[in-house]
Design a binder for this molecule. Structure first.
Ligand code: FE2
Ligand code: FE2
Length: 158
């Protein structure tokens, strides 16, 4: 992934992990990994739930509370994109809930992997460059503290 502004690095690390996991989930659902069904499916379901709880939940919160509003305030054309990204967060949250069902788990895992991968790639390719281009240095630096606070609080409240 591209070299990023220091404020974005904790989010990029989650993206890196999330992307690898999303791709494995799709492969697992298609029966391309060992062990196959049902053990491999169950292992990936548990891994995704754990990643959501420990990382993605606060990651979404940091983006929704800090990053999206800040970018939109400096570049109003980003409002449509950040609305789409918020909607995708909701779809991913629902996808995590759908893993609690006991039927059609491979499909639920595949769909979740698909949307998570697409979402991460869009943020990396389209959203983060806007932050780096439009947000003034002092505000970008302030955002670093706010993002870290949200990620840190979540980590220590588990
Ligand atoms: Fe996001
Ligand atoms: Fe993200």
């Amino acid at each position: 992934m591209a070299k990023r502004h220091p404020s974005l690095i904790p989010l990029c690390q989650d993206h890196h992990h999330g992307l690898a996991l999303a791709i494995r989930c799709r492969k697992q659902a298609l029966g391309q990994l060992n062990p196959g069904h049902p053990q491999g499916i169950e292992e990936h379901v548990n891994e995704v739930k754990d990643f959501f709880l420990k990382k993605l939940c606060s990651h979404f919160e940091a983006e929704e509370m800090v990053l999206f509003p800040l970018i939109s305030s400096h570049y109003s054309d980003a409002k449509r994109m950040t609305a789409d990204l918020r909607h995708e967060h909701e779809q991913i949250r629902q996808g995590i809930t759908s893993l609690d069902q006991k039927f059609e788990l491979p499909k639920a895992l595949f769909d979740l992997g698909y949307i998570l991968e697409r979402h991460i790639r869009r943020e990396e390719r389209e959203l983060f460059p806007l932050f780096e281009h439009y947000v003034p240095p002092a505000e970008a630096e302030q955002a670093k503290g706010e993002i870290e606070r949200i990620l840190y609080v979540r980590k220590h409240s588990l």
